[in-house]
Design a protein around this ligand. Structure first.
Ligand code: FES
Length: 119
């Protein structure tokens, strides 16, 4: 299998950063991010990004997502364009992601999803 190729010239992004939260809820008894306060994390992130004046074109967008296939680390959120995967426990973790990464571009190492964790 070959690796995907990178674009040779990157157009300026519509958003500087985009964070997607998995809000998937399984109702068949299997675990999913919705069982680990994913919605609360998403809601808090959205509110904090807006309150910090980071929301909007050329800045930051916070979006819902379905299963991102890294359920074993749930709840998860991923920041693009860096492709940085986070997990979180409470709103203080979200505050740190907003302040450090979304605002200042600094990865929050302690909240990174271990690379081996998938579904
Ligand atoms: S249920 Fe959230 S990554 Fe799969």
């Amino acid at each position: 299998m070959s690796e995907p190729t990178q674009p040779t010239s990157a157009a300026p992004g519509y958003y500087q950063r985009h964070i997607f939260f998995c809000l998937n809820e399984r109702t068949n008894g299997e675990d999913s991010c919705a069982h680990h306060n994913a919605q609360a994390g998403f809601d808090h992130c959205k509110a904090q990004v807006k309150a910090a004046g980071l929301a909007g074109t050329g800045k930051v967008r916070v979006n819902k997502a379905g299963c991102l296939d890294r359920c074993a680390a749930g709840p998860v959120a991923v920041v693009y364009p860096e492709g940085t995967w986070y997990t979180f426990v409470d709103t203080s973790d979200i505050d740190e992601i907003v302040e450090s990464h979304l605002k200042n571009g600094q990865v929050v190492e302690r909240l990174l999803v271990p690379p081996e964790l998938g579904r």
